[in-house]
Ligand binder design. Structure first.
Ligand code: SF4
Length: 381
């Protein structure tokens, strides 16, 4: 029996099924399939693809189930290392034994190779293990905002996305703090007949333990590499050393799935796709990030340099008077002071010059697979 919010979501998913009925137009004398087979890059082209979770043996699946339950009883699954029993309480991510989900629906705001024609089956989780001052989803990331689902119910939603929404993949958005539940949900969905790839859409603040649990379950890793320096990590993300976790995680992700590969319809099926959101005045951070990817991951990494940064969350809010903490430090969380705004250095959109500087830096270190509109009439591969 679905709750009323569950029914609403099911309607949202069903609304996308109209796309299936739309006629597709092709020029006379040429079929759509023929057109799509142009301009493919053979090293990254797959004849066919079976999701990794479908190839897992029953023994390995059982091991993963036990590991997932064990992690929940003493959670050190992300660099926050809270060590809490999530059946009894919550850690920094605010989420216990069940996931809290804000939206489940086909989504058309992803890269063309991820969203395709039918959309990416996105699951937006509430809660997060980072506290980015500029978070573009702070209403669901910094507070619990959504409805609770058990891992089994979550797996059943993947089936609805596949069967009703006809999506190209299941896209888990900000899942770092719910990895055990995600692992259990994928294992449940595989018994129900899930056959689309799983996308792990992460801020890259992951741990080796969680990536080990995900090995064999995830097909596409989609990490957003945010900042490089400890200073920026502490100030903007409220994490001591984000880059240390992100660099280690992205190396392991690439070791698991390799470079991004596509089938001949232009849809990504397996591999690593790295995002970087260009931020105002932070080109030095970006230059270190693209250098790391080229030198330590792969020059064939598919990369999306994003320009849509806008001030959000705490950025541009009135400054607060610093409050003395017990150790004498100031935490800046006191009353409004009326003098200036918080995070003034990133309180604007990025310029085209800044975006183009990051792109040039990426090209200079040898990266070449960018998420650009194709220069030909085929797919961006
Ligand atoms: S996933 Fe949540 S509870 Fe577990 S270590 Fe991270 S923040 Fe803490």
């Amino acid at each position: 029996m679905l709750s009323s919010s569950g029914t609403q979501l099911l309607r949202a998913v069903a609304a996308y099924s109209w796309r299936r009925a739309r006629p597709r137009l092709s020029p006379p004398g040429i079929t759509l399939t023929q057109r799509r087979r142009l301009h493919l890059a053979p090293p990254f082209l797959l004849d066919d693809y079976i999701p990794r979770y479908q190839l897992l043996s029953e023994v390995d699946a059982a091991k993963k189930r036990s590991l997932a339950y064990a992690h929940l009883t003493k959670c050190n699954l992300c660099p926050r290392l809270c060590g809490v029993n999530r059946y009894e309480t919550t850690g920094m991510c605010l989420i216990g034994e069940n996931v809290k989900v804000n939206v489940i629906a086909p989504h058309f705001g992803e890269e063309p190779c991820i969203q395709g024609h039918n959309g990416s089956g996105s699951v937006f989780f509430s809660g997060c293990n980072l506290r980015c001052s500029f978070c573009q989803n702070h209403d669901i990331a910094h507070q619990r905002n959504g409805f609770d689902l058990t891992p089994e119910e979550l797996g059943e939603w993947y089936m609805k996305l596949q069967e009703v929404g006809h999506v190209h993949n299941v896209n888990l958005v900000t899942p770092e703090h719910v990895v055990p539940q995600v692992a259990l949900s994928i294992l449940h969905a595989r018994t129900l007949g899930l056959k689309v790839p799983i996308v792990y859409n992460t801020s890259a603040f992951d741990s080796l333990a969680s990536l080990e649990l995900l090995d064999g379950l995830v097909d596409i890793y989609l990490p957003d590499f945010k900042v490089w320096s400890q200073k920026a990590s502490r100030r903007l993300l409220k994490a001591d050393d984000y880059a240390a976790a992100a660099t280690e995680s992205i190396r392991v992700m690439h070791a698991q799935v390799g470079d991004l590969c596509f089938t001949s319809d232009g849809i990504a099926k397996k591999g690593l796709l790295v995002r970087h959101l260009v931020m105002p005045g932070q080109e030095d951070e970006a230059q270190e990030i693209v250098k790391f990817i080229a030198e330590n991951v792969s020059r064939d990494t598919f990369i999306n340099i994003m320009e849509q940064y806008r001030p959000n969350a705490h950025v541009g809010k009135p400054k607060r008077r610093a409050r003395k903490k017990a150790d004498g430090a100031e935490d800046g969380e006191g009353e409004e002071s009326g003098e200036g705004v918080r995070y003034a250095e990133i309180n604007r959109a990025v310029t085209t010059h800044e975006v183009s500087a990051v792109r040039k830096a990426a090209e200079a270190v040898g990266l070449w697979r960018f998420c650009d509109p194709p220069r030909h009439d085929g797919f961006a591969m």
